[in-house]
Each structure stands twice: as structure tokens, then as C-alpha cells.
Design a protein around this ligand. Sequence first.
Ligand code: SF4
Length: 692
Amino acid sequence: MNKINSVCPYCGAGCKINLCVENGKIIKAEGANGVTNQGELCLKGLYGWDFLNDNKLLTARLHEPMIRRQKGADFEIVSWDEAIRFTAQKLQEIKAQYGAKAIMCTGSSRGTGNETNFVMQKFARAVLGNNNVDCCARVCHGPSVAGLQETLGNGAMSNSIADIEDSDCLFVFGYNCADSHPIVARRVIKAKQKGAKIVVCDPRKIETAKIADQYLPLKNGTNMALVNAFAYTLIDEELYDKNYVNQYTEGFEEYKKQLENYSPENVQEIVGIPAIEIRKAMRTYANAKTATIMWGMGVTQFGQAVDVVKGLSGLALLTGNLGKPHVGVAPVRGQNNVQGACDMGVLPNMFPGYQSVTDEGIRSKFASEWNIPFEQLDPEVGYRITEVPHLAIEGKVKAYYIMGEDPLQTEADLSLVRKGFEALDFVVVQDIFMTKTAEQADVILPSTSWGEHGGIFTCADRGFQRFEKAIDAKGNVKRDWEIISLLATEMGYPMSYASNEEIWDEVRRLCPLFFGATYKKLEGLAHIQWPCTDIDSEGTPYLYSGNQFNTPSGKGKLFATQWRPPAELPDNDYPMILSTVREVGHYSCRSMTGNCKALASLADEPGYVQMHPTIAKKAGIRDQEIVWVESRRGKVMSRCNINETINEQAIYMTYQWWIGACNELTQDNLDPISKTPETKYCAAKVTKIDDQ
Ligand code: SF4
């Protein structure tokens, strides 16, 4: 039996895993002693590999290239040569007719790895000639990237997953780690065991709230008001670090002015938390020797998310909880390689290594390395994936090349997304399973899966980690970056790479932040956190050492603004608030975990609507009853899960269920900066089936 060094592909915790292989088949997975997981795995890591061996592989997996010769025709299996020729020709026709900006691409935040994401953004920029490349960070932690880049200078966790357990105070805001990152949740428990104070802000009494020293059940959609009240308290009670603020931050006077009306006494009605509790939480946070703020999508999936991220970083700046061990700001990224996709420039405003596309010097460097004329690199920021439905309906986007994403399952307001797809001339899907989006494609390019190729992922704490190929792929499939290279070559830009390492060396040459993280150094269980700027560096466990921020002035920016209520409030017709949530046994659109026998049997129906018992009783709805859930955009069936841990005003649904997808109901009210949709809040109602 061989043990192959890998990294679990199911969340940003970055757990190192051994895939045990016998006779060309994976027979089990076991936790390896990685930096973030120390030998532990959750159930997805332990059981999330069986689709790689499964006998149903050749029917469930995409295993041959396929094209539709015209709209509405059936898929036809073709050779790779024909699939590449067909795709290249269509993309070239669209570019010639409508211009380069009419084509949109996605990278993937999932199992494909950093090398492929680098090659995909290179394809968009050097071959198509636009910056229209994006990834699902847009619908999750896009606001964390945008907000932290502005206030601190880096759009990432400032600390390390391993360091969380040594903080004296964990301030957990809109982050259900027990379901989204179980191994990070263990760090929270360890911190508690070591004596840390834990404060949880969440409308649901999530698992972490049950072990918290203080639980603040804020009303849905009031994050900005509460964060402002926290900042007000720190200043009002002189709990902030005046020397730190004077020396290392800017904007204090304007910040204070913005907070004027946010005394806890003024906002307690809005947020639903007594002023005394708000003040108590800030005393705990400010008086701890070291404190860390952690957040998840309860912060980022709102129309005012970037402002809230900036506000949270302000609390850390006020109290000096940055730039040293055991403190920091921690947006814990969801998908396993969403940090990596952003690192690799699968963003419409950034080249790899967070280098701006609007900077002439940076464009010149990339043009020279890629051997293309400077003018070929677009100086304008490209489109975001959440804008595509609108742009397609307006006729501005005509072709969509989607790699390892499933927008027809995961994007907000699916009827709008479907209209956008209907307006597109040409859709290419490169994936491992027949997702809802793949079903609508004109071309299917089947690729290898995690387990069938190696590469580098970046986990949520900026840590690069290598994962290796465990078994040979079955079917007529190719590595993602090889497919993109074939297309680029067919379109007149010769591209060929012999190995992951060759691509990674190009990344390192172009990105000062990553230069020191060589393939060799990343062997085995290594975990190297960027910045890693020189060959002797072991990486950076925490950012902003010496309180030097990567902002233009070198200072941290304090930011507060006025709270805006969510876009669609409950009313007589739709009296409940609908919020999307996660299911611990499944991942993302569920295409991978839903095809794992073990995980499917643990949660074979991960679609439910959580209701408070009081509300369910009033409506005469029983636990486990199938009900209608409806919003202004759609209506789906779901099983009712009566749950005492949630608040009475809201209902909660997972987005992973194929039947009755809750994104039929969500809305695409986008944050104005990050363009992230407000999937944590819309008006909805629940009715009994027999009432219809
Ligand atoms: Fe995989 Fe995340 Fe579970 Fe670790 S915590 S085993 S990375 S799903």
C-alpha cells in the first residue's frame, strides 16, 4: 500500500491527508500531521474520496469531450482535437464579431490547484485580451479581500489557523466553523480549554455559541450597526489603545464622527441586543491580552459586506490586535482553494500576487514575461461573475468559459442566471461531473480530479501546500491546465508546460510575494505562508509585523459608515427572513461530495428549511413535513427542520440541494464594491403543501 501526500479538497482549513492506494485504487484516507490539522480530519476528509474509484464513474463522471453542433442539439462525443478546434473557432468568431470583452472566464476555487488558475487568468489576459476572469470568491469572501486590502493592505487572514488556539479572546462574528471548517472549530475548542474568552455574534445559536462566554443573538441584517456600536464603546469607554491609534492608524477623527449616533443605547433596538451586553462584549475583547476576530459568510453575504469587513478591521486597529502572535483578523475562506484562486489573479482587477491590472509598470512586466505586446494587456478592470447574467441579457457578454464552477446552482436568483445563460451564444464547461451548468453547455471539456493530479493549494491562512497525484484518471480526460494550453495554442498563442513546477516557477518569477516558496521547499508536509519573498524565507505566520500596513501611507485605515438595512425587508406577503447556510457533510454545489457514497449516505437529503418551533406551530407545520418555501423570485419544496437554536424571525436553507435549490429564492442585491450578492437576507414565506 502506498500513502500519497495530499490536501483535503473540501474546505480552506487545509488539512493534510494521506490517500492510501492499493492496486491503483484509493482504499482509505487518513489524517497526516499537517500544520493546520495535526493528524485530524473531519468526515469530509475521511470519506470524501470514493467517487474516484466508484464503478459508476464512467456514467456519472464527465469522461469524453462533447460538443453540441447547434443550440438545442444533443451532445456528441468528439475527439480532443475536434473539441479544441470547435471551441477555439467559436471563441475567435465571437472575439472578432463583438470584441475581446464579450468573453468571460472563470477560474476554480476547488480541486484543480494554483497552477491551473494561473494558466486560466493568463489565457484570459494574454490570449483573449481582457481581464474578465473571476471565481466564486465573488459570492463568498470577495468583501473580505476588498475590505482588508483597503484598510490593512492584504486581502487575507492576518494570522494562522494554528495560532487561533493561543489567542486569549476569540470574537466570532457570523461564522459557523463547526459546519464550515470542523478542524478550525477544534482550534476554537482548544482555545477555550486553554482559558480563552469566546464571544459569538450570530442570529442562530450555532455550536460555537454553546461554548461561548457571551452570545450576542443579533437581528439578521444589522451587522454594520452592531460593529459601529462596538467601535463607539471602545472609544466611549476609553478601551482603545491611544498610542497605537496615534502611531499606526489614520482617519480617527472622521471615524469618530461617523460613529456619533451609534451608542449601544441608541442601536440596541435595531440590533436586538441590550446595550449592556454590547458594552460587556467590548470590555472582554479590549481587555484580553491578545484577541482575534474571526468571521465567515454571516458577514460577507450582504449588500453592505465590504463596509462591515472594514469596520471589523477597525476594531482590531483600535485595540492594537494586529502585527504580533495570537491576534489578528481572520476571514476564514470557505472553499479549499479560494485563497489560491485569488492569489493566482483569478480576479478581474488583479494579476497574480495582488498586482493591479491598472498599473502600467505591472502590465509591462507581465507582457514581457508572456512575450506579448504591451497593448495586448487590457488596462481596465474586467467583469465579475455576479455581473454576467445582467451583461449577457444586455448583449455585452456572448461567451462564457466556466472551469470548475456551477453558477446555475450556486449563484443568487437562479431564474435571473438562467435568463443570462439563455442570452449567451456559447458556453464552455470544463469540469469533472455533469453539473447543472454543464447540462446547458455547448462544449464539455472533461478534466482530471483532485486525486488524479497534483499541485499546490493555498489554505485559508495564506499557506501554500502541495498535494500529489494518487491514482491514474479513468476516461478520456486531461489536466485542466493542459486543456487551456491546447486552446491557447489553437487560438494562435503557443502555450505548453511540461509540469506543475514549470508553471509555479513562472508564478514565482512574476510575483514577489511568492518568490521564495519553491516547489522543493513545499515538499511533504510543508506549509509556507505568503509573503515569502526570498529563497531563505520560511514564510509569514502573521502579517503586519512592526505594525507596518501595506496601504499607501503604511498606516491602518480606520473606517466606519452608516448602517443600511438589507434591500428586501419582510412584509405582509413575505413575512420571514430567508438566509442561506451550510450543511457539514457536503461541500459547495455538492457535485463532489454528492457523488461520494459515504457522504451521501450520511446526509442524502441536505436540503431543509430550518424553522423556529413557535413559527412552525402557528402555521401548523410539523417537523420533517415537506413544505413550500417561496420568495418574490421563486418557489421550491423543502423538508422542514424545526429547530430551537434559530431565531423566530428567520428561516434558513442550505444551497447544496439539487432539488428545491434555495438560490431560486435568493436575490442578487450586490455589494457596490465587491459585487457579492446578499444571499443571507431576503423576504420569504413558508406554507403547507395542502394549503395550496
Ligand atoms: Fe477537509 Fe476542511 Fe474537514 Fe479539514 S476541516 S478534513 S480540510 S473539510
